[in-house]
Design a protein around this ligand. Sequence first.
Ligand SMILES: *Cc1c(COP(=O)(O)O)cnc(C)c1O
Length: 466
Amino acid sequence: MNWDDFASWGEKISHWAADYHRDIRDLPVRAQTAPGEIAAALPATPPEGAEAMDTIMTDFERIVMPGITHWQHPRFFAYFPANAAPPSMLADMLITTIAAQCMLWQTSPAATEMEGVMIDWLRQALDLPPGFTGVIQDSASSATLSAVLTMRERATKWRGNREGLNGLGALRIYCSEQCHSSIDRACWVAGIGQDNLVKIGTSGRGNHAMDTDALAAAIAADRAAGHIPAGIIAITGGTGMGACDDLAAVAKIARAEDLYTHLDAAWAGSAMICPEYRAAFWPGVEHFDSIVFNPHKWLGAQFDCSVQFLRDPTQQLNTLKIEPEYLKTSGAAVTNYSEWTIPLGRRFRALKLWFLIRSYGLEGLRGRIRNHVAWTGELCEALREMEPFEIVTEPILSLFSFRCPGDDAMQQRLVDALNDDGRIYLTQGMHEGRKMIRFSVGQFDCTRDDVMIAADVIHEIWESLQ
Ligand SMILES: *Cc1c(COP(=O)(O)O)cnc(C)c1O
């Protein structure tokens, strides 16, 4: 492909993108395909000769698009949102065009320096104290793994990386039973082991916070048993129902026990740009060593863009930094962000934040989040008043859960029927051993109508199953 053709296709695809978003409400939110259908429509062998871009694009629309679940659909209420606001998409096109590897300062100084400034813009937006720095990672899973490795190395006096974990004893990490599966997996791959991830029950108070008395008791019992407590992971906005730990209480225990702390605020962190939500969710955050939140979820930055704040980056650098001769740079001291993370190669993700935050301003981004929270509350009340439904967990920010009458299988039947209908998309979860239906609002273009219509759709589909 020559660059003139590239320009002409780039233009066509930009128009295609705008049309896609304009008409997206007409599409079923969740893909309506059966397993194997898309693979069967693709040729089993690669072409020997060149094919025209026209043909490729036609096949894209014919074969690929029917198999897409529309995450940018304004009535996407499943999981958590994965927004791609248009300015961040444009930035991503530029990132793709330049295609720089931003592993070291000198491999693209603008990327490194902008990353530092964007981290600081977000630090201010989230009201973290000066002194916090950080790094942009691909996902919260990677940030959490980096933090768990740091816990391990710090607790083993930096011997784990050198000697392996043989004979170093059982390293223990503590979190709430509401933690995300990325925490389990971080413990698997860091060599901690599932059995050494100690899950603490919730106290039943407030926002389903971890029972900190039980946390302190678990640490004491582990010390008595000769285990090595290494760190505590807290959550602000758990995936199941939005559980939020008491950060000040967790931090106090961590300080007394000299434990490294990580906070998973992957989803709810975005809402902390609104000062009015901080009192309930954020006090004590300033004591955490590592904090992750995903601008690629609720804030609007095209995937992938996960921010890890660090109170003192030295500990993570001591864990992950490696400097073979070919990566050494001469001259003045500079930041080389690949030393802060597990992968060496890195994209210019900061540009998406720069475009996003400048295009909307923090006030524009706050407005969306406030609307989502308000409409979630309204919808929850509407469902509560509709006879057959029961609210299971009350709204935490823009997430609540409900049940229809009947057993767990009935909940799944309703979820499946709603998703087959296609007007809205919901997913199920578990609460106290019972299946429930999650409702999560957060798509960037979603309107109050998109949210409120869901009550009627849920009622109508429920009736159709009777
Ligand atoms: C989405 C989510 C994660 C995982 O985020 P990735 O960026 O996909 O790795 C972790 N924790 C919570 C609470 C989440 O909502």
